[in-house]
Design a protein around this ligand. Structure first.
Ligand code: COA
Length: 182
């Protein structure tokens, strides 16, 4: 489905929840889940939200600071709740809340919250316009305003000198890519 970019969509239309059981490869020998496991899941959850909103190929542009405020443990379920906070012309800020749940006791803990920015790309890998966001609830409206301020701060920190990529890369799964835009 190709969305018309002038279309506006609500936060609830792209809201995403992932639940994943933490297994031995996800943790250290003491059973603490690796920070990298959580970061990968945050990126996956955010990418689903972004692509659900704009139905395009989306890439991670930046991840704001992540603090792990409680540990997650092997054998528990890690739950990620992602939703759109703010949409610019081609970029989207997604907030992902991570919780750990003990399946035996039902105890839950807040592990981390991250703000991840994705940019939608067209078939030539140029940033493309995304549908506007309709914040409906008071909470969504507040998150929208807060995300707007974070965006200003984030963009002011982007390095001024960016090295251009040297030459084309042929390692692209072009058949998969073609399907995004068919
Ligand atoms: C993200 C990327 C597409 C931006 O390209 P660019 O040429 O700088 O694009 P523009 O300057 O036109 O900016 C496009 C949008 O990205 C936003 N943006 C650019 N760099 C950003 C950053 N570091 N953090 C947050 N947003 C950023 C801009 O604010 C703009 O948003 P808007 O349209 O909503 O106003 C480009 O840097 C890229 O391809 N990066 C690699 C992404 C990737 O592969 N990620 C996976 C890890 S390898």
């Amino acid at each position: 489905m190709n969305l018309k970019m002038e279309e506006a969509r609500t936060v609830s239309e792209s809201k995403t929840e992932i639940a994943q059981l933490m297994m031995p490869p996800d943790a250290n020998p003491a059973g603490n889940v690796h920070g990298g496991t959580i970061m990968k899941l945050i990126d996956q959850c955010g990418a689903i939200v972004a692509s659900r909103h704009c139905h395009s190929n989306c890439v991670t542009a930046s991840v704001d600071r992540i603090d792990f405020i409680n540990p997650a443990f092997m054998g528990n379920v890690v739950i990620l709740k992602g939703s759109l906070n703010y949409v610019g012309r081609t970029s989207m800020e997604i907030g992902v809340r991570v919780e750990d749940e003990c399946l035996i006791t039902g105890a839950k803990a807040h592990i981390a919250t991250a703000y991840v920015t994705y940019v939608a790309l067209d078939e030539d890998d140029n940033p493309r316009e995304v549908p506007r966001l309709i914040p409906e609830t008071e909470e969504e409206k507040q998150r929208f305003e807060e995300a707007k301020m974070r965006r200003e701060e984030r963009l002011s920190r982007i390095p001024k000198h960016i090295e251009p990529k040297e030459g084309p890369c042929i390692q692209r799964p072009s058949k998969i890519k073609k399907n995004w835009y068919s």
